[in-house]
Ligand binder design. Sequence first.
Ligand SMILES: Nc1ncnc2c1ncn2[C@@H]1O[C@H](COP(=O)(O)OP(=O)(O)OP(=O)(O)O)[C@@H](O)[C@H]1O
Length: 316
Amino acid sequence: MTATPKVLEVTNLHKRYGERVAVEDVTFSVERGEIFGILGRNGAGKTTTVECVGGLRTPDRGDIRVLGLDPQRDRERLRRILGMQLQESSLQDRITAGEALHLFASFYPNPARPEQLLDDLGLTGSANTAYAKLSGGQKQRLSIALALVGNPRLAILDELTTGLDPQARRDTWQLISDIRDRGVTILLVTHFMDEAERLCDRVAVIHDGRIAALDTPAGLTALVATGQVLTFRVARPVTLDGLPGVSDVAVDGEHVTVRGTEEALPAVVAELSRQGLAPLGLRVEQSTLDDAFVQLTAVSASTETATPDAIDGANR
Ligand SMILES: Nc1ncnc2c1ncn2[C@@H]1O[C@H](COP(=O)(O)OP(=O)(O)OP(=O)(O)O)[C@@H](O)[C@H]1O
């Protein structure tokens, strides 16, 4: 049996800007057909990581292989198999969406058809609109189209849905799923939990330049989750400790908060009933990837003191 081919392998990646360590000992691999998320707070090191993968930054240490290619040594061949969405576009204001796609297509040996991409991204009606006149959502979709026009094997999408309205976000998620279904592996940088949960097969949570956890969205939730939180009121004081699945009980007058696993709810309801009580205004909340993320990336001072502009450029 042959192992699933890796599209991307990042091993012990280190990158610093002057004194600031941006990425420290980051290791992960991405398999063919995966949507792999890199999730982290601002300044966690996500963009630096993917810029090293895309050959835009030179790592200080570590090894990167994109389908066997070294982004620094094999730039020309990498360009043909990797598509990268730029966080901020460098397009001229007057170029139209259609012209931009045709121009970028001309850089590749085997490009996608620009008209097809315009159609796929709902941009056909904007093909003749100057870049400066496109809406935020249209600019965003054009940047995705530009990342895909070379028919890449691996597409890196950074802050995919920042600034989009809820419907446009959902449309973009659907589009990304469709692109994956056509065989493109996707490395997705995001700080939106719902996006990671909805789209990603696996997620690396990066915190302070290091991988804090790497798992499926469900696996990450389970890793740190307390499970369920039950809140309700009771007519008189109760004792609920020691019930199956219950890890914590907080009673504040008539208000009760119970934390525990899925077993807690039936156990609590049965116990209240045994005591002749009912849980009034019962609410059950499930732990989410949000909770997991907050626990995995508790803020530390160093993340908050970034000074990127001072040394930008000198450290590529
Ligand atoms: N060119 C640069 N020069 C100096 N420091 C930089 C540079 N680029 C990034 N940094 C610093 O490196 C750290 C990681 O930045 P990076 O942009 O990789 O994080 P990020 O997770 O992508 O953040 P965001 O979500 O805000 O885009 C931050 O502390 C940032 O300030």
